[in-house]
Design a protein around this ligand. Structure first.
Ligand code: SF4
Length: 240
């Protein structure tokens, strides 16, 4: 654990030294996000932490935001979608139109997640993610620092070598808050309407957009490569 922590801290400091206020951590409030927030605050790294409120998150996620504010103060910069874009989409597709077609679902993810993230990343040089290699086969090759072809930034992945077990050991040892839905067999938690609990042995990503075919389940969008997702269409986080 110490080696992992040292490696993570070193990369966070490197990112902070290299990019200063042109660096942002886009946090999905996942378990590894809890570790990163704790390290950033505990070691006073001064890295801006942004999270996206899509407007459709589960109550447990809002409760977690409140717990983080209680523990660390106002460290979370919470960003929201453009209200006019949401209103127009709801008018054309319906309030739950994302269930009707892949096109609608991508439009909803674009408006509620990608466009706000694009605004967060505008003018930045680099961003930090909480992605881990063991999350899926698509993430097995994550490097410490990558060129992000979608956003044209450096992408730092300080949690890439942590396993799920390492993350939960840190959370328990440090008594960190976490999303209560994880205690109800929810693994990857995003919007309430697009997230479900999974059964033992199921791919963790199958808890998201389960009504779509397997090819569209592999990534939530924000970290999909430009080869798989045209810009602005399906690059929706780190979990949200
Ligand atoms: S996860 Fe579902 S509700 Fe959330 S932005 Fe995507 S389609 Fe919309």
């Amino acid at each position: 654990m110490n080696t992992l922590m040292d490696e993570t801290l070193l990369l966070l400091k490197e990112a902070s030294d290299n990019h200063g206020d042109k660096l942002v951590y886009s946090c999905s409030l996942s378990p590894q996000g809890m570790v990163l927030i704790d390290l950033i605050c505990q070691y006073d790294l001064g890295i801006r932490i942004v999270t996206l409120d899509t407007g459709r998150l589960p109550k447990a996620t809002y409760d977690l935001m409140a717990s983080l504010t209680d523990k660390y103060g106002g460290i979370l910069d919470i960003r929201f979608p453009d209200s006019e874009e949401v209103q127009n989409m709801v008018k054309s597709d319906g309030i739950n139109g994302f269930y009707d077609s892949l096109e609608n679902r991508k439009r909803c993810c674009a408006i509620r997640k990608i466009h706000p993230l694009q605004k967060v990343l505008k003018g930045k040089e680099a961003w930090i993610t909480g992605r881990r290699k063991d999350e899926s086969k698509n993430r097995a090759d994550i490097q410490a620092v990558e060129d992000d072809p979608v956003y044209g930034l450096k992408k730092y992945n300080p949690m890439r070598n942590w396993t799920e077990k390492d993350v939960w050991a840190y959370i328990r040892d440090h008594e960190l808050p976490y999303n209560a839905l994880h205690d109800q067999f929810y693994v990857s938690i995003g919007c309430d309407c697009c997230t479900r609990a999974i059964s033992m042995g199921e791919d963790p990503r199958s808890g998201r957009w389960w009504w779509e075919n397997e090819d569209t389940l592999v990534e939530c969008g924000l970290h999909v490569s430009s080869l798989k997702a045209p810009k602005g269409e399906n690059e929706s986080g780190d979990g949200i």
